[in-house]
Ligand binder design. Structure first.
Ligand code: SF4
Length: 318
């Protein structure tokens, strides 16, 4: 196939999402701008952590780009996610409201939950349909080790903010717990998380594990028995390591290179997924050429090969 339209800068997909079906991703944040530096982050380490929201994008341009995508595709969700923590965008509320006024597609926000203690952040999320916050730790020490927060962020404040936000929010809350072997997969650690998770009263808890190359090379998913134990303790029905299935929407990309680099910079692609993209453009040899030319790197993780842009080795947080 050949793509159509201009190259997408703020949107990607729809991509198959483990938790949201076909999700049109919208990124309002410069690459790896975050209040955390999680050890499992697929975007690599956070070089410049920030905890103060700001405007990073021309919001009218973002809306027109979403409009271009919505004219040719029907996602299950418009999802604010992407290259860092979306609640750091002071444009988030305006963009959620504008999307809701123009399209009858539910809005999701995938967030690390670190800023929900702030009134302005909660107000911006008010009209979202689903908020998917993370909760990886039940105590300050584990929080510091796994999420490596901005120095201004205090565990108790973050957790209280999450609980209070959930109590006041009219939409759905899907809580995500990312398990990392040796950090938060013991029964004690999981019971600590459960205590807080129950205070949040989420509609569901999704237990996940790192399935793509993480920021720290030593990060590993727990053993299968520990994952099952976590699902039991956290009452999670989600299959933790289920890879995404489905077809990437390539209509916004003009070339194989644009498509593979665009998708893999936010969402590392399994090598076979990248090959499917090249095949869809009718250029099956192009993937190997991009690897040979040094534009793409192959990263092995848990016995699976991924491709990622060579300039930003790994990518895409939660
Ligand atoms: S996983 Fe998410 S919250 Fe954690 S550092 Fe990456 S982008 Fe930030």
């Amino acid at each position: 196939m050949s793509g159509s339209g201009s190259t997408a800068k703020y949107t990607y997909g729809p991509v198959p999402s483990r938790r949201l079906g076909r999700s049109l991703g919208v990124s309002l944040i410069p690459h790896k701008t975050c209040s955390y530096s999680c050890v499992y982050c697929q975007l690599g380490r956070t070089r410049h952590p920030i905890a103060e929201p700001a405007s990073f994008v021309p919001r009218d341009r973002v809306v027109s780009e979403i409009g271009e995508r919505m004219a040719v595709t029907s996602p299950d969700f418009i999802t604010f996610v992407g290259d860092g923590e979306p609640t750091l965008s002071s444009d988030l509320g305006w963009l959620i409201d504008t999307c809701k006024s123009r399209w009858s597609v539910p809005i999701a926000v995938i967030t690390n939950g670190s800023l929900l203690f702030r009134e302005d952040v909660c107000e911006r999320l008010h009209d979202a349909d689903v908020v998917l916050p993370s909760l990886d730790a039940g105590d300050p020490e584990t929080f510091a080790r796994i999420n490596r927060p901005h120095p201004e962020l205090d565990f108790d404040t973050v957790v209280s903010g999450l609980i209070d936000f959930a109590a006041a929010f009219d939409g759905r809350i899907y809580l995500e717990v990312m398990l990392v072997a040796g950090l938060n997969d013991t029964e004690v650690a999981l019971r600590g998380i459960r205590k807080l998770a129950w205070a949040v009263h989420p509609e569901r808890v999704d237990v996940t594990v790192p399935t793509r190359p993480p920021a720290e090379r030593w990060v590993r998913p727990p053993e299968p028995m520990k994952i099952l134990t976590a699902q039991r303790i956290l009452h999670s029905a989600q299959k933790a390591a289920r890879p995404e299935n489905g077809v990437f929407d390539l209509a916004g990309f003009g070339t194989v290179r644009e498509a593979i680099i665009g998708l893999s910079s936010r969402h590392p692609l399994r090598r076979e997924q990248a090959q499917e993209v090249a095949n869809a453009f009718g250029e099956p040899t192009r993937l190997e050429e991009l690897i040979d030319e040094g534009e793409l790197s192959v990263v092995a993780y848990e016995g699976v090969d991924y491709v990622a842009p060579s300039r930003a080795t790994t990518d895409g947080g939660r």
